[in-house]
Design a protein. Structure first.
Length: 238
């Protein structure tokens, strides 16, 4: 499989705080990667380094063999790397359709095509029939779905999901997992940052564990479950 994303020895500091230290891994085409670790492990910081919100103090990020370290977020998004946010960033005074349409227009200059695609994405995430509802009036679960739809609408090749299951009930998490499986089947590569283990263990082919800014483990879900370092650093905390 083609390597889409390569992260090489990425380090990030904020003043005297070492948020990331020499983190390296690759993501291949159509993989589902889980990125886990305790609070403060550096997971969101790493996604922000990949998508241009932060520039690493050391290390490099490559997408399809081209270095993208430090490029602006909108440039990286146009290239095919999109991330969701922990805090919902939808435009609350706009409808569901208009929110998703903003993302769809990134890759399509023809509004009719963009509207058609936006409606397809809305259906994919389970918001069909709510196209005209204002984003601010959605339930928390539907707002999470809208955040996912807005990201998918930009037609990424890699979708980076930052705690997309936060605040969801077990039934809603199960529905989300099925949606993610479906979009992965359609060819979308996923990197999922998550605390909710039932959202990541059934779908990830490989899991990377961060602790105190360092990568401490990498492997298939079962191997990670049995890793003593991971149990001590992460599962023991639970």
């Amino acid at each position: 499989m083609e390597t889409l994303l390569r992260i090489e020895n990425v380090s990030m500091r904020f003043g005297g705080l070492q948020a990331l230290k020499n983190v390296s891994f690759t993501v291949k085409n159509n993989e589902v990667i889980g990125l886990i670790g305790p609070n403060g492990a550096g997971k969101t910081t790493l996604l922000n380094c990949v998508t241009g919100f932060y520039k690493p103090v050391e290390g490099k990020v490559f997408y399809k063999g081209k270095e993208i370290t430090g490029l602006k977020p909108h440039k990286i998004c146009q290239m095919g790397l999109t991330k969701t946010f922990q805090l919902i960033r939808a435009f609350k005074s706009l409808s569901v359709l208009d929110n998703v349409l903003i993302g769809a227009l990134l890759k399509s200059s023809r509004k009719n095509e963009a509207v058609k695609f936006a409606k397809e994405v809305i259906k994919t995430v389970g918001l069909e029939g709510k196209e005209n509802v204002l984003a601010g009036n959605l339930t928390p679960a539907d707002q999470r779905s809208l955040e996912l739809a807005r990201a998918i609408a930009t037609k990424p090749e890699i979708l980076l999901l930052d705690e997309i299951a936060a605040g969801l009930t077990p039934a809603e998490v199960a529905e989300l997992v099925e949606i993610l499986k479906e979009i992965n089947k359609k060819g979308l590569t996923l990197v999922i940052v998550e605390h909710v283990m039932q959202a990541i263990m059934p779908i990830a082919g490989r899991i990377i564990v961060l602790h105190e800014g360092r990568k401490i483990a990498e492997g298939p879900p079962q191997q990670i479950r049995e890793n003593e370092k991971v149990i001590e650093a992460y599962f023991g905390e639970e």
